[in-house]
Design a binder for this molecule. Structure first.
Ligand SMILES: [Zn+2]
Ligand SMILES: [Zn+2]
Length: 1013
C-alpha cells in the first residue's frame, strides 16, 4: 500500500505557480502512505480526535462544508505536526427526508411511479442503489480540498455497525423508561406526511393573518358567547369554551353549554385560569384540544374530548360536518360563510402571528394528534447542563454557553418517529393482541401472549437520532474498542452554530448517558458564510459562491486560506471573490519568493548552520526574531481557535517581512563576493522559508509540500519524507533586542520612500546627501552596519549618520521618526516648477469632480430616490476626493516652502492634527484587501514607489515609526482594519471599535403553538 504512490522529487520550481498541477499531485501520495490514518494502539503520543459532522449523503460540497473541512484540517494538521496521534473521522448521514424526496422525485420523473407503487422493500432497494452511485461524491470533494481524513474509518449512519448502535440505544432507553410511545399532539407536515420535532419547525414571525370573531349561542337560549380565532376551520373540533374563573362577565355562564352551529353537538363552558387571559379579545376562548398545543393541555386538565377534524393530508375529515373533504384552507373560507349565513359572524381584525412552517417543504404545519415515539429528555438534559457548568465541555466563542444552557433548561420531549421509509426502522413490534415488543433483533413471537404474526412499527427514527450517537457509534460502540478508549471523548467538536440544538446538545445528552462521559472537550461553533454584503447566499439571489468552482479557478489552498483568514469569532464571514483572488496572489508571491531563494542557494548545503551563526547581521537576527514572534502568535491563536489571527500572522510575516524586507536586505550578501556573508544569508533564508512553510502548511497544504520538498532536495536536507510529518514550529523566546534594534533601519528606509512618494521622485533618481540624525548610540551602530542595505533599498547616494540633529539645508524635506530624523535635500532632485504645475492640474481636476458630486448629493430627490448603495458609494467617493484634495494641498504648500529659503522642518506643529498617525506602509496589500503583487525578486518595495502610501508630506508626518519600537512593525500591519483605513482617521476609529459579540437569542422552546388560537 505504501509504495503505490510516489511523487517525483524536484529540485527546481516551475516558473509560474500552477495550482492545478501542484494540488493534483500530493493528496494521493499522502493518502497512500497512510499519513491520515490514526493508530488506536498508540500509547506514546497524546491523542487528538475530531469527528467530521457527517454531510448529507445527498449533498454536494457547499461553502459551509468547505469551511468545516478547512478549519478541522487546520487543527488536525497542526496537531499531527505537533506530535499528536490524530484521528479525524469522516462519514456521511443518510438524511432521511432529503434523500427519500430525491429518490421519489427521480422515480416519478423516470418511471412515473410513486414509492407506494413500488412498495417499501423495492423502494428502499432503489435508495441504496442511488446511495452507492452518488454517496461518495462528497468524499471526493473533501479530498480535493486536501482534508486529511482517516478514510479507512469512514462511516455511514445506516451501515451495519451504526444501525446496530442505533437499535441498542433505542432499546436501552426504552428499558430505562426514557423512550416511550404516546398519543400526543405533534407538528405535522401535510406535504412530507410526517411528524417533525420542534426544531424542524421554522417560525415565520409576524405573519399577517386575521383574527375572526364569531358567536356560540347558549343552549338555553339566554344569549351568546363570542370567541375569536385565526383558524376558523378548527372550530369544528372545538370541545369547550373557556373563560377565566374570576371574570365577572362570564362567571354565571360557567357550567352552562353552547350549541355548535354546524354540527349536532353541545359544548361546555369551562373555567381555566392558565389558558385564558381575560384582557385578550372577548375574554372567552374556544378550545380545540386535538389541533392546538395549548388547548391540548387544557383538554388534559379538564378531561375534554380530543376531536380530530383535519387528516394527515391536510383535508377536513369525516368529523368536519359540512366542510368534510375540503382542504383546510378552503374549509376556513367555507366555515366563515356558513356562520355568516347564520348571523353569527362578529367581525374580523388584522392580526400578526407566528406561522410554523416545515423546514424542508415550507408547508404550513398542522398540530395533529397522533401516536408517536418520544425521548423523555429532562433526565438526559440535567447531566448535559452539569457537564458544561463544570467546564468538562467548553464552548468557543464563549457566548454560546448561554444559548446552550437556555435551551437545555426549557427542553421538551423529543419526537423521534418519522413516517418515512428511508431510515432506521423503529425496533418495535406489535402482536395481534396489541402487545408492544421492543427488541434488538426481530422476535419470533410475542413474549406476553405467545402469538406469532408480529408486525414491526413502520416508522423510522429521526435522522438526528443516529447523528446524536456519532462521536461514539463511529468508533465501534457498543463494543468496547481500542479506538473508543484512545479517542473518546473527542478533543473538539467543530460545526456551524445553526445546529447547536439539533446536534451538539443531543450529542452531549447521548454521550453522557451512554458513554458516561462528554463526547467532546471543546465545542468551536463557526460563523456562517455570507456574501460580501453580509447577505445570506442563495440561488434565488444569485450570490452563491461554489467552492468547487473556486477550487478549480484559484486552488484549494487559496480557498482554504481565505476561509481561515476570515473566520473571526463572533462575526459572520463576508466572502467576496476578491478575497480569494488576493490570497491566490499570496500563494503566487510565496512561490516566486521560494523560486528566488532556490536560485540563489548555489554552493549552499544544509547543515553547518551553527558555524554560520556568528556571521549573522542585524538583519539576520531581526528576521529570526520576527520569525519566532510569528510562530508564537500563530500557535497561540490556534490554541484559542482564533483562526483569522493565526492566518494573519503567517501572512504578514511571509509577505511583508520575509519577502518584502528580508529578501531585499539579503541581496547585498547573495550577490556579493564575501563567501562567508553569502553563506550566512543563504542559511537564514533557507531557515526562514522552511519554517514558514511548516507554519503555513495546515492552511495551505499543497503548495507548502511542493515548495518544502523542492527546497529539501535543493539543499540536500534530511528533513523527512513529507512536510505533513515534519515538526510544527514551537513557541519559544523572542530575541527582543534584535527585533527592536533593527527598527531604525526599517524606519529610515520607509521614511525615505515616503519622501519619494510624496515628492513624486522616481526610484531611478537617487536621493543625494541624505542626513540621518538624532540616532541613539545603539541605533547609530546598527544603521551604520546596515548602511549599504539602506543605500541600496532607498537608492541613496551619500548618507551622513549622526547622533546629533540633522544640519539645516535650504529646500529640504525632513521626516521625523521614532528615534531618528531624516533630511533629504530636494534641490537638483525635484523639478519644482514641473511638480507644482502637475499638482495644480490635479488639484483642479479633483475640485471639479468633487463639486459635481456634491451638487448631486445636495439634491434631495436624488438622495431619496436612488438606490441606497448608490448614494452610499457617492458619499464615500466624495470623502475620498476631499481627502485627496487635502493631501494635494499639503503637498503644494510644502513645495512652496521648500522652494524658498524657509525650512520645512515642521510645517505641522500640532502633532495631534497629524492626519496619518498609523505607520505608513510601503509595500502592498493587507489581509482584508489583498492586491495582486508582482514577484518579490522583480519588484522589491523600493522599486515601486508608486505603491507607497504617500499620504502626507514627509516633513509633516512621522512616516516610519520604528517598526520594532514597542510593538513590532508587523504587529501594526497585522491589524487589517487599522491599516486599510489609514487614510481615513474617522473611519479607522469606527473600525477599531470591537464588534459586539453577536447575540443570538435562544430559540424559545415555548414557541410551539404560539398564537395558533
Ligand atoms: Zn414538509
Ligand atoms: Zn401478545
Amino acid at each position: 500500500m505504501k509504495s503505490e504512490a510516489t511523487a517525483e522529487t524536484r529540485t527546481e520550481l516551475a516558473k509560474g505557480y500552477e495550482h492545478r498541477e501542484v494540488e493534483a499531485r500530493w493528496y494521493p501520495v499522502w493518502k497512500a502512505r497512510g499519513y491520515f490514518h490514526a493508530d488506536e494502539n498508540d500509547r506514546e503520543r497524546p491523542p487528538f480526535s475530531i469527528v467530521l459532522p457527517p454531510p448529507n449523503v445527498t449533498g454536494s460540497l457547499h461553502l459551509g462544508h468547505a469551511l468545516t473541512a478547512t478549519l478541522q484540517d487546520v487543527l488536525c494538521r497542526w496537531k499531527r505536526m505537533s506530535g499528536f496521534n490524530v484521528l479525524w473521522l469522516p462519514g456521511t448521514d443518510h438524511a432521511g427526508i432529503a434523500t427519500q424526496m430525491i429518490v421519489e422525485k427521480e422515480l416519478q420523473k423516470t418511471e412515473k411511479k410513486s414509492r407506494h407503487d413500488l412498495g417499501r422493500a423495492e423502494f428502499l432497494k432503489r435508495v441504496w442503489v442511488w446511495k452507492e452511485k452518488y454517496g461518495s461524491r462528497i468524499g471526493e470533494q473533501h479530498a480535493a480540498l486536501g482534508a486529511s481524513l482517516d478514510w479507512q474509518r469512514e462511516r455511514f449512519t445506516m451501515d451495519d455497525g451504526l444501525s446496530r448502535a442505533v437499535r441498542e440505544v433505542f432499546v436501552r432507553l426504552y428499558e430505562e423508561g426514557l423512550v416511550y410511545r404516546e398519543q400526543k399532539l405533534i407538528n405535522w407536515c401535510p406535504d412530507c406526511r410526517t411528524a417533525l420535532s420542534d426544531l424542524e419547525v421554522t417560525y415565520e414571525e409576524g405573519h399577517q393573518g386575521e383574527l375572526w370573531s364569531f358567536a356560540y349561542p347558549l343552549s338555553d337560549g339566554s344569549g351568546e358567547i363570542v370567541v375569536a380565532t385565526t383558524r376558523p376551520e378548527t372550530m369544528l373540533g372545538d370541545t369547550a369554551v373557556a373563560v377565566h374563573p374570576d371574570d365577572e362577565r362570564y362567571r354565571a355562564l360557567i357550567g352552562k353549554k353552547v350549541v355548535h352551529p354546524l354540527v349536532d353537538r353541545e359544548i361546555p363552558i369551562i373555567a381555566d385560569d392558565i389558558l385564558v387571559d381575560p384582557k385578550f379579545g372577548t375574554g372567552a376562548v374556544k378550545v380545540t384540544p386535538a389541533h392546538d398545543f395549548n388547548d391540548f393541555e387544557v383538554g388534559q386538565r379538564h378531561g375534554l374530548e380530543m376531536l380530530t377534524v383535519i387528516g394527515q393530508d391536510g383535508r377536513m375529515n369525516g368529523e368536519a360536518g359540512p366542510v368534510a373533504g375540503l382542504d383546510r384552507f378552503a374549509a376556513r373560507k367555507k366555515v366563515k360563510e356558513l356562520l355568516a349565513a347564520k348571523g353569527l359572524d362578529r367581525g374580523t381584525k388584522p392580526h400578526l402571528l407566528p406561522l410554523g412552517r416545515c423546514q424542508r417543504s415550507e408547508t404550513v404545519l398542522e398540530p395533529l394528534l397522533s401516536q408517536q415515539w418520544f425521548v423523555r429528555i429532562e433526565p438526559l438534559a440535567k447531566p448535559a447542563i452539569a457537564a458544561v457548568e463544570q467546564e468538562r465541555t467548553r464552548f468557543a466563542p464563549e457566548q454560546w454557553t448561554n444559548t446552550y444552557m437556555a435551551w437545555m433548561r426549557n427542553i421538551h420531549d423529543w419526537c423521534i418517529s418519522r413516517q418515512l421509509w428511508w431510515g432506521h426502522q423503529i425496533p418495535a413490534w406489535y402482536c395481534p393482541d396489541g402487545h408492544v415488543i421492543v427488541a434488538r433483533e426481530a422476535p419470533a413471537s410475542c413474549p406476553t401472549c405467545g402469538k406469532g404474526g408480529l408486525r414491526q412499527d413502520e416508522d423510522v427514527l429521526d435522522t438526528w437520532f443516529s447523528s446524536a450517537l456519532w462521536p461514539f457509534s463511529t468508533m465501534g460502540w457498543p463494543d468496547q474498542t481500542a479506538t473508543l478508549s484512545t479517542f473518546y471523548p473527542t478533543s473538539v467538536m467543530e460545526t456551524g452554530h445553526d445546529i447547536i440544538f439539533f446536534w451538539v446538545a443531543r450529542m452531549m445528552m447521548m454521550g453522557l448517558h451512554l458513554m458516561g462521559e462528554v463526547p467532546f472537550r471543546d465545542v468551536y461553533l463557526h460563523p456562517m458564510v455570507r456574501d460580501e454584503k453580509g447577505q445570506k447566499m442563495s440561488k434565488t439571489k444569485g450570490n452563491v459562491i461554489d467552492p468547487l468552482v473556486i477550487t478549480e479557478q484559484y486552488g484549494a489552498d487559496a480557498l482554504r486560506f481565505t476561509l481561515a483568514a476570515l473566520t473571526a469569532q463572533g462575526r459572520d464571514i463576508k466572502l467576496a471573490k476578491e478575497r480569494i483572488e488576493g490570497y491566490r496572489a499570496f500563494a503566487n508571491k510565496l512561490w516566486n519568493a521560494s523560486r528566488f531563494v532556490l536560485m540563489n542557494l548555489g554552493g549552499f548545503s544544509a547543515g553547518g548552520a551553527e558555524a554560520r551563526a556568528e556571521a549573522r547581521t542585524p538583519a539576520d537576527r531581526w528576521i529570526l526574531a520576527r520569525l519566532q514572534r510569528t510562530v508564537n502568535e500563530t500557535v497561540e491563536a490556534l490554541e484559542s481557535y482564533r483562526f483569522n489571527d493565526a492566518a494573519g500572522a503567517v501572512y504578514q510575516f511571509i509577505w511583508h517581512e520575509l519577502c518584502d524586507w528580508y529578501i531585499e536586505l539579503s541581496k547585498e550578501a547573495l550577490y556579493g563576493d564575501d563567501a562567508r556573508k553569502k553563506q550566512g544569508a543563504q542559511a537564514v533564508l533557507t531557515h526562514c522559508l522552511e519554517t514558514s512553510l511548516r507554519l503555513l502548511h495546515p492552511f495551505m497544504p499543497f503548495i507548502t509540500e511542493e515548495l518544502w520538498q523542492t527546497l529539501q532536495a535543493q539543499v540536500g536536507g534530511r528533513w523527512g519524507e513529507s512536510i505533513m510529518l515534519a515538526r510544527y514550529p514551537q513557541k519559544g523566546a523572542v530575541d527582543e533586542a534584535a527585533e527592536r534594534g533593527f527598527g531604525p533601519v526599517l524606519g529610515v528606509v520607509e521614511a525615505l520612500r515616503n519622501v519619494r512618494g510624496e515628492m513624486n521622485i522616481p526610484f531611478k533618481v537617487a536621493l543625494r546627501d541624505v542626513q540621518v540624525g538624532a540616532l541613539s548610540p545603539e541605533a547609530l551602530a546598527t544603521v551604520r552596519e546596515e548602511q549599504p542595505r539602506i543605500l541600496r533599498l532607498a537608492n541613496v547616494e551619500g548618507l551622513a549618520l549622526s547622533g546629533a540633529p540633522t544640519q539645516r539645508v535650504p529646500g529640504s524635506a525632513v521626516a521625523v521618526g521614532s528615534g531618528f530624523e531624516v533630511r533629504v535635500p530636494l534641490a537638483g532632485t525635484v523639478d519644482m516648477a514641473a511638480e507644482q504645475a502637475r499638482i495644480a492640474k490635479e488639484l483642479a481636476r479633483v475640485e471639479s469632480d468633487l463639486a459635481s458630486l456634491e451638487r448631486k448629493l445636495a439634491n434631495p430627490s436624488f438622495v431619496e430616490r436612488a438606490p441606497k448603495d448608490v448614494v452610499e458609494k457617492d458619499r464615500a467617493r466624495a470623502e475620498e476626493l476631499k481627502e485627496k484634495r487635502r493631501r494635494l494641498e499639503a503637498h503644494r504648500d510644502m513645495l512652496a516652502e521648500a522652494e524658498g529659503t524657509t525650512m520645512t522642518e515642521n510645517p505641522n506643529p500640532n502633532p495631534t492634527e497629524n492626519p496619518n498617525p498609523v505607520p505608513t506602509q510601503t509595500s502592498a496589500p493587507v489581509p482584508d484587501a489583498p492586491v495582486s503583487q508582482p514577484a518579490a525578486e522583480q519588484a522589491p518595495p523600493a522599486q515601486t514607489p508608486a505603491e507607497a502610501a504617500p499620504v502626507t508630506p514627509a516633513a509633516e508626518a512621522e512616516p516610519a515609526r520604528a517598526p520594532a519600537k514597542k510593538k513590532p512593525a508587523a504587529k501594526a500591519k497585522a491589524k487589517p482594519a487599522a491599516k486599510a483605513k489609514a487614510k481615513k482617521p474617522a473611519a479607522r476609529k469606527a473600525a477599531a471599535k470591537k464588534p459586539a459579540p453577536k447575540k443570538v437569542a435562544p430559540k424559545k422552546p415555548a414557541a410551539r403553538g404560539r398564537g395558533r388560537r
